[in-house]
Design a protein around this ligand. Structure first.
Ligand code: HEC
Length: 212
């Protein structure tokens, strides 16, 4: 079947390239995508909006008031941007294996994916920019939820607050707000955490699909 073949090829592209241009062209082609692939597109769009908004506010705050000003953006603005982007039935959050705020703790499914992400990362060639994602239908009772996660690589911008060279002043400030902080000593390219999204898609039966 011609269609089936197309779908498969596009899916591989989505995972290996994942650029906004590609997403836009895939959207135009939405008829040929499976429901799961469309949900993945929606999830990626939510992630792009969330991370652009957060990065924009974070950079503006750091420019004005340095890293300490950035801390309050992460503390108060990040959760509200997550809520703002939790529309159309989606619930969006960030989580990590090494957390700063325990409110961001992973649930069992997220924990399993985060552990798997670390294994994929360890097995991959250093400096590869392939996004690491997980996508699955999870059935509980009568309800089926689509769940999606995408690893967040540590970038230069993150090191000031999540790296191993945090200034003593900033370190004090962070420890005051987060006495149990574990989100430090990340290196460039490490998986700092992940975006995690879910959407209840009804009570029809879906086959459980393995992650890519
Ligand atoms: C100005 C300091 C600062 C910078 C820069 C920063 N963060 Fe954070 N980050 C924080 C704070 C503070 C929290 C806790 C937010 C909260 O209370 O929910 C946090 C939380 C997180 C979380 C949620 C999980 C957890 O640990 O609670 C992730 C994931 C994360 N940051 C990733 C990043 C990434 C990736 C970057 C770079 C793109 C980055 N951060 C840049 C301060 C920072």
């Amino acid at each position: 079947m011609k269609n089936k073949h197309n779908v498969k090829r596009q899916r591989v592209k989505l995972i290996t390239i994942g650029t906004m241009t590609l997403l836009a062209s895939l959207s135009a082609n939405a008829q040929s995508l499976s429901e799961q692939q469309q949900l993945e597109l929606e999830a990626n769009q939510k992630i792009a909006e969330f991370s652009q908004a957060l990065k924009g506010q974070l950079q503006a705050a750091i420019k004005q008031g340095g890293l300490p000003a950035g801390v309050s953006v992460c503390q108060s603005v990040a959760p509200s941007i997550a809520v703002q982007n939790s529309t159309d039935g989606w619930v969006l959050k960030r989580t990590s294996l090494r957390m700063r705020n325990s409110n961001n703790s992973p649930d069992a499914w997220e924990l399993a994916q985060l552990n798997q992400f670390e294994q994929i990362k360890a097995a991959s060639v250093p400096q590869t920019h392939t996004p690491i994602v997980a996508s699955e239908y999870v059935a509980k009772g009568d309800t089926t939820t689509f769940r999606y996660m995408k690893a967040i690589p540590t970038q230069e911008l993150c090191l000031g607050c999540h790296g191993s060279n945090i200034t003593p002043e900033l370190s004090t400030l962070i420890k005051q707000a987060y006495p149990d902080d574990k989100a430090i000593n990340f290196e460039l390219g490490d998986i700092c955490g992940a975006f995690s999204l879910q959407k209840v898609i009804g009570n029809q039966q879906h086959s459980i699909t393995a992650k890519p």
